[in-house]
Structure formats: structure tokens, C-alpha cells
Design a binder for this molecule. Structure first.
Ligand SMILES: [Zn+2]
Ligand SMILES: [Zn+2]
Length: 135
């Protein structure tokens, strides 16, 4: 198994995960927009047990968004790192932290119903008005 390395902007946090994402997609919900500061967030889902925080765990701050979801960011540089789903034991890794190229690519857009007005989706990937699992 190939391993992927991820770091925040200041480099204090180093995360290692196997190149084993279960899915990869672009989330256009308003919360990802706020948290990432970008039009949308590209994330990859992976089992929480496979996420290895190599260095800088003491610099990770968790914003407790809901009972099941924590958002992780670096308390030193502010980089958004991942979403932690406590009930499903999944991490959604923000692909922007990766220093290595994963073998998968984002394959869908979700929450396009609340996407930024100024953002035009210019690819042929499937689009979902909401999350695939929120039906
Ligand atoms: Zn940092
Ligand atoms: Zn989102």
C-alpha cells in the first residue's frame, strides 16, 4: 500500500494515510465554504483507524460542529485539515493538505443546491443537490 503525506501550511502538523480513499468528491455546502474559505471543498473519505497523525497533534483544534461532526484545523496557521465523523468512524480528509498524489480523483459534486453563485461547475461529474446520504 502506498502512503500519502499531508501537512498544514505552517508544517507543524503532519498526517499520513494509506492511498485507500473510499470515495472522493467536491462538497459545495455553505459550511464547507465557510470552513475552507474556498468555493467548495474537495475531500476524500477514509476509515478513522487508518489516519495517522505523525506530528503536531497538540496543534490540532477541533470545532465541535454537531454531535457527530468535528472540524479539525491547525491552531497555528488555520489550515483546515479534516472532518471527523464520530458516529460513522470516518475522516473526510481535505485534499488540499496532501503533498502526494492519490490514485483516485474527485468523482462527484454534492450540495450543489447551495453552491456559491459565482462558481460554475465545468466538468461532467455527477451532481447532487444535497448529500447522497441525506435522502
Ligand atoms: Zn499549521
Ligand atoms: Zn460540505
Amino acid at each position: 500500500m502506498n502512503y500519502l503525506n499531508g501537512t498544514c501550511l505552517c508544517g507543524k502538523i503532519n498526517i499520513q494515510i494509506p492511498d485507500d480513499f473510499e470515495y472522493m468528491g467536491n462538497c459545495h455546502c455553505s459550511e464547507c465554504r465557510k470552513f475552507s474559505g474556498s468555493d467548495y471543498a474537495s475531500v476524500g473519505g477514509i476509515d478513522s483507524s487508518k489516519v495517522n497523525i505523525v506530528t503536531g497533534e497538540n496543534h490540532i483544534t477541533y470545532f465541535h460542529k454537531t454531535a457527530e461532526t468535528d472540524l479539525a484545523f491547525c491552531s497555528s496557521c488555520g489550515s483546515s485539515l479534516f472532518t471527523r465523523k464520530n458516529t460513522g468512524k470516518k475522516h473526510n480528509i481535505r485534499l488540499g493538505i496532501l503533498n502526494d498524489v492519490p490514485s483516485k480523483k474527485p468523482a462527484f459534486h454534492i450540495f450543489t443546491g447551495s453552491k456559491a453563485d459565482w462558481n460554475n461547475i465545468c466538468d461532467d461529474l455527477p451532481q447532487f443537490e444535497e448529500g447522497p446520504s441525506s435522502k
